[in-house]
Design a protein around this ligand. Structure first.
Ligand code: G6P
Length: 611
């Protein structure tokens, strides 16, 4: 999510760190800062906003020093302000740290420190670690960091420095990436390869659970438990553009492959022994019990996530739920009864129609919760509560990882409301929670499986690249996924594509199905499985070429289809998080086979801030 840069060597650290942060700009950020150590003291410069603001601060008074760390922040805890920007320091500013990721038990740790008299200057989880490291320090930064991270749980990358050891950086990787670069008598460190390419191509990638003590002559690496690690550096042959895409040919593909991490991040710290913690939701259990209607409003991909949400809320909570396109809603005269909750879903939080639709429902008395990926976005200002999706910056115009994160956010909300309202008993709630927690590994195994979902999608993509019209069908949650699969395909491949509930086919569209017409079916919902199979038989009888998305253990589906894109078995309720993945890959490969500009499709914008 955030960008990290570190330097130790003979040259002034600030300009090198700033340059590295510039190379990480493509990842997006809302604030930035540097900390540099010199003559036994640390100086910090940081500012909300673009890197130019930080650069102006550094131009005014550049802190001297040859050891430093820098950071670009994408807010998770606390809004993007100067004080929430990294680096963070302990109260004496003898220790400074930058951090990427989330400390799950930060609230408990902060409470402990406050009770012991600590004063905090930011809302971040990171500052807690700066205090802990200071508390644990007795002359050895590596050991202090080791003990401090032993008290923290979560997924993160962390780099620490102290004024007392002006030749040393200590880095810890716990799931979030960290790369070390080796120069001549200088060593660099960053959260991504692009930041280092101006200085060196000799690099080493840290792995989860490892910590490195870095000096200008190199590093000592060991596990957090203290077991020495020996790993050879390698030469990077990527150019900057390839490096920004993580070696993938397009951001869209990179973002599809980021989904295991995104699903994990979206769940992080939010499920505690089956209890759902939504940190920016302020309502109480009485409100949760009082809800009589849920509204969902959004546009585009976010609306499709909302269609899945509608199925899920009605199914799990038995609360009538209406999903309305925001651009329709804003010119309607909606009847908003008391005890309504509105979910306004928006990756950017800036879509003009979504803002207008959400405000209308809010003005008419509905409580408004924003489901968004951008901390401090306009939508969050209008909303009573927020559920952040934690997908990180999405660069490709065609949304992928933000969609899955929107699904996860809604599952968490549904689980919480179901528990409070008693529509989910303890056993069923535990089942949903366990199935949710299994999703990151399942998405990962789906993307990495040996028989190659990506290969299969590429093969089918080439076949579909020459067709004119493609139809997507499904029922219930499968229909919701079909709408998003169809949108993905049309927006980047420019093929005509249409999604419809499987039962609707025979009311018109069947007339368009002829020999070889591609029909893509999502069939994971057991209670309507046979009904969808009937629709398949209808299209097969007219010569359609059918591709299905189905569970691994579904042996029946192949009797009615030409190709099957397999996904791991999960609760039917959660299947959209898995079944969308092959459809995203399929859309990608069709567009790739057609040689199109995948990340920036014609006529479309990432965020539509005008009507
Ligand atoms: C644009 C984008 C879509 C996105 C929609 C809603 O049309 O191209 O990818 O789904 O806006 O954006 P939001 O930021 O509100 O989720």
């Amino acid at each position: 999510m955030c960008g990290i840069m570190g330097y130790v060597g003979p040259r002034p650290a600030s300009p090198i760190i700033l340059q590295g942060l510039r190379r990480l700009e493509y990842r997006g950020y809302d604030s930035a800062g540097v900390a540099v150590a010199d003559a036994g003291a640390i100086q910090i410069r940081k500012a909300a906003g673009k890197l130019d603001r930080l650069e102006a601060l550094l131009d005014e008074s550049e802190p001297p020093g040859r050891l430093g760390i820098g950071h670009t922040r994408w807010a998770t805890h606390g809004p993007p302000t100067d004080s929430n920007a990294h680096p963070h320091a302990d109260p004496t500013t003898r220790f400074a740290i930058v951090h990427n990721g989330i400390i799950e038990n930060f609230f408990e740790l902060r409470q402990e420190l406050v009770e012991a008299g600590a004063v905090f200057t930011s809302d971040t989880d990171t500052e807690v670690l700066a205090h802990l490291i200071a508390e644990e320090y007795d002359g050895d930064l590596t050991e202090a960091v080791r003990r401090a991270v032993g008290r923290a749980t979560g997924a993160y990358a962390l780099v620490a420095m102290t004024a007392d050891e002006p030749d040393t950086l200590v880095a810890v990787r716990m799931i979030s990436p960290l790369v070390i670069g080796f120069g001549e008598g200088e060593t660099f460190l960053a959260s991504g390869i692009p930041a280092l390419l101006d200085h060196t191509r000799r690099m080493l990638v840290m792995e989860d659970g490892e910590m490195a003590t870095i000096t200008r002559d190199g590093l000592r690496m060991e596990t957090i438990a203290g077991v020495p690690v020996a790993r050879e550096a390698f030469e990077v042959d990527w150019d900057v553009e390839q490096a920004e895409k993580g070696g993938y040919p397009h951001f869209m593909l990179k973002e599809i492959f980021e989904q295991p991490r995104v699903v994990a991040d979206s769940l992080l710290g939010r499920l505690h022994d089956g209890e759902v913690v939504l940190e920016d939701v302020g309502w109480d259990a009485d409100f949760e019990r009082s809800i009589e209607k849920i509204w969902i409003t959004a546009c585009g991909t976010a609306f499709h996530a909302g269609l899945a949400g509608k199925e899920m809320f009605e199914g799990l909570l038995r609360i009538p739920t209406e999903a309305v396109y925001a651009h329709e809603l804003r010119y309607r005269d909606p009847i908003v009864a008391p005890h309504s909750l509105t979910l306004a879903i928006s990756q950017s939080g800036e879509t003009a129609d979504t803002l207008a639709g959400a405000r209308l429902l809010s003005e008419r008395g509905s409580r408004l919760v924003a489901v968004t990926n951008v901390v401090g976005s306009a939508l969050t200002h209008y909303s009573d509560d927020v559920i952040y999706t934690r997908a990180g910056l999405e660069i490709s115009v065609a949304s992928t990882k933000a969609y899955t994160a929107m699904l996860v956010a809604q599952y968490l909300l549904a689980l919480r409301l179901g528990q409070t309202r008693g529509t989910l008993d303890t056993a069923r709630a535990a089942e949903v929670a366990a199935a949710l927690e299994a999703l990151p590994d399942q998405v990962e195994s789906l993307l990495k499986r040996e028989e190659g979902i990506d290969e299969m999608a590429r093969f089918l993509g080439r076949q579909l690249a020459g067709t004119d019209d493609i139809y997507f069908i499904g029922r219930g949650l499968d229909y919701a996924v079909a709408t998003e699969g169809s949108l993905k395909l049309k927006e980047i491949s420019y093929l005509h594509s249409e999604a419809m509930p499987a039962g609707e086919l025979k009311h018109g569209t069947l007339a368009l199905i002829t020999e070889g017409t591609p029909v893509i079916v999502v069939n994971t919902q057991q209670h309507v499985y046979d009904k969808t199979v009937s629709a398949l038989q209808e299209v097969k009888a007219r010569g359609a070429s059918v591709i299905a998305v189905a569970y691994d253990d579904d042996t029946e589906i192949e009797h009615y289809t030409d190709h099957v894109l397999r996904i791991p078995r999960t609760m039917d309720l959660l299947s959209p998080v898995l079944s969308i993945v092959p459809l995203q890959l399929l859309a990608y490969h069709v567009a790739d086979a057609r040689g199109l500009d995948i990340d920036q499709p014609r006529n479309l914008a990432k965020s539509v801030t005008v009507e």
